[in-house]
Design a binder for this molecule. Structure first.
Ligand code: 13P
Length: 251
């Protein structure tokens, strides 16, 4: 099980420091914890948290190695600042920065070339779900965003329905299970069932709904936005993941 915090463009540096202290004091040895921190915080967070067992990731990278791209960062820069992975294709970047799946694929190739793991986000809008196009949209995003030669052991998929992000409207267990099945079959077709990457759910995950989401067999963890800014809520989600993990191992 993987629980990833996406801080997005939050919090202020002093609050980030308080959160880091809390994260470092919590211990969840049976799951993987990841923090996608704002780029200026990567160095302090990796210094403070890798020794506490967290993996640190950037929230985006450019597809070029270097050059005249004001405001952008390269995959190598993320790696040199202590990141071991990068979040790519988040719907907020697809919507606000015009990122197409083809651009996401280029970024994925660049990140993997620098030995970064990639957490790749896919998900449909409310209008696409209402139009019964959700599955096709997600299949198309997967096919176009995952480069041909991307090794499965460097890839994690995060299914984040856009309408569930930051709204409190979590997808129903049936909808999550159905979409994770669709994603799993796309990945199995490409990689074989035994090598398929993990699939996380994201979108209004909180301390109250985490256990029920983690009881869905193909849900390999969560990508958490708002609740990752509260140390207690994030710890509760990690505890739910660890409990689900133990249950799966027992089975
Ligand atoms: P929320 O958990 O705030 O809905 O955000 C989800 C998300 O976008 C994580 O990447």
């Amino acid at each position: 099980m993987i629980v990833a915090a996406n801080w997005k463009m939050n919090p202020a540096l002093d609050q980030a420091s308080v959160l880091a202290t809390a994260l470092a004091s919590q211990s969840f040895p049976k799951i993987k914890r990841i923090l996608f921190a704002p780029h200026p915080y990567l160095v302090p967070m990796s210094v403070r948290l890798t020794s506490a067992g967290l993996e640190i990731g950037g929230q985006d990278c450019h597809f070029a190695d270097h050059g005249a791209f004001t405001g952008d960062v390269s995959a190598a820069m993320l790696r040199d600042c202590g990141a071991s992975l990068v979040l790519l294709g988040h719907s907020e970047r697809r919507a606000a920065h015009g990122e197409t799946s083809e651009i996401v694929a280029q970024k994925t190739t660049a990140a993997m070339a620098q030995n970064l793991d990639v957490m790749l986000c896919v998900g449909e809008t409310k209008a696409e779900r209402d139009d019964k196009k959700a599955e096709q949209v997600v299949i198309d995003q997967l096919q176009a965003s995952i480069p041909k030669h991307a090794p499965p052991n460097r890839l994690i998929i995060a299914y984040e329905p856009v309408w569930a992000i930051g709204t409190g409207a979590v997808a129903s267990p049936d909808d999550v299970a159905a979409m994770h099945n669709v994603i799993a079959s796309v990945l199995a077709e490409r990689y074989g069932a035994n090598h398929a990457p993990s699939i996380l759910y994201g979108g209004s995950v909180n301390a109250d709904n985490a256990a029920s989401l983690f009881s869905i067999p193909l849900v390999g963890g969560a990508l958490v936005g708002g609740a990752s800014l509260e140390a207690g809520a994030f710890a509760a989600i990690c505890a739910a993941a660890q409990a689900a993990n133990s249950l799966r191992v027992d089975l």
